[in-house]
Design a protein around this ligand. Structure first.
Ligand SMILES: N[C@@H](CCC[C@H](N)C(=O)O)C(=O)O
Length: 276
């Protein structure tokens, strides 16, 4: 089978984006792993699949697969690339696009300046919805690891995130703590682990060890979750510049009961065909 795809990225978080509207696509876990493999395939952090929606009030269905082949609920950088992709491939003429994901509906707006603004929905803090094992909802939780206990916040942006405050992201133990947090037994569906450094009430630095992909150059849902965690800890203002290794995002969250709004770039790298 020959598959047309587009290689894209959002701040270096890279994607193989596949049009499942105008071509028949059958992706097994194995095929996704091969596509994502940086030595034997195209190489990416996530594979994104654009499909026709299952409901009439929605424009597209957006499916996300991590490099390890697992299907997940949401991807912020991917959502921005998705919006650019459907416009560039002329799958829609709309600049405000409603999309269903496994984590809930999101709305994407492509601005005149070429940036994409995404209404990422209302963050979920209830442990059952994250899912996270805890007796009651809290702003901070103790997470016991073999040699230390971490002070984390747990947030769902459709997908699960644990957020940890650190003094300096550059020297944060992302490679060692990331996998331990990702597979911690209290997160039954595993979790993305964010390491967040305060710069000021309107700016943070962030590195994210992603579930199913390892550390990436940027994580959109991770940026949203970090701002939610920082706002709940009363450390951050409503709009925050989030500096990730691959660049910066603007995240706005008025507070509980409101959607998180993410604004940032989306870049097309090349179009290709692959035999899988
Ligand atoms: N890179 C993403 C998140 C992709 C999914 C994540 N690894 C998960 O397993 O939930 C983003 O930009 O949000």
């Amino acid at each position: 089978m020959r598959l047309r795809f587009t290689k894209m990225h959002g701040l270096g978080n890279d994607f193989v984006v596949i049009d499942g509207v105008t071509q028949k696509v059958r992706l097994s876990t194995e095929k996704i792993r091969t596509l994502a493999d940086r030595h034997f395939g195209v190489g990416c952090d996530q594979v994104l699949l654009v499909e026709t929606p299952t409901r009439p009030d929605i424009d597209f269905r957006y499916r996300i697969f991590n490099a390890d082949g697992g299907e997940v609920e949401n991807c912020g950088n991917g959502a921005r690339c998705f919006a650019r992709f459907v416009l560039e491939r002329k799958l829609t003429g709309k600049r405000s696009i409603k999309v269903e994901t496994a984590g809930g509906d999101i709305t994407l707006n492509v601005t005149e300046q070429g940036q994409v603004q995404v209404d990422m929905g209302i963050p979920r803090l209830n442990p059952e919805e994250i899912p996270f094992q805890a007796d009651a909802e809290a702003i901070r939780y103790d997470l016991a690891l073999p040699e230390q206990t971490l002070d984390i916040s747990a947030v769902s942006m459709g997908n699960p995130h644990a957020v940890l405050m650190v003094n300096k992201v550059d020297s944060a133990p992302v490679e060692t703590l990331g996998p331990l947090i990702e597979s911690h037994e209290r997160f039954p569906r595993r979790v993305n682990a964010g390491f967040m450094q305060m710069v000021s009430p309107s700016e943070i630095n962030l590195r994210v060890y992603e579930r199913g992909a390892g550390e990436t150059l940027a994580c959109g849902t991770g940026a949203c979750a970090a701002v939610v965690a920082g706002r709940l800890r009363q450390l951050l203002e409503e709009t925050v510049k989030v500096n990730l290794p691959g660049g910066s995002l603007s995240i706005t969250w008025p507070g509980p009961g409101h959607s998180v709004i993410m604004t940032g770039p989306a870049t097309t790298v090349f179009h290709g065909q692959v035999k899988i």
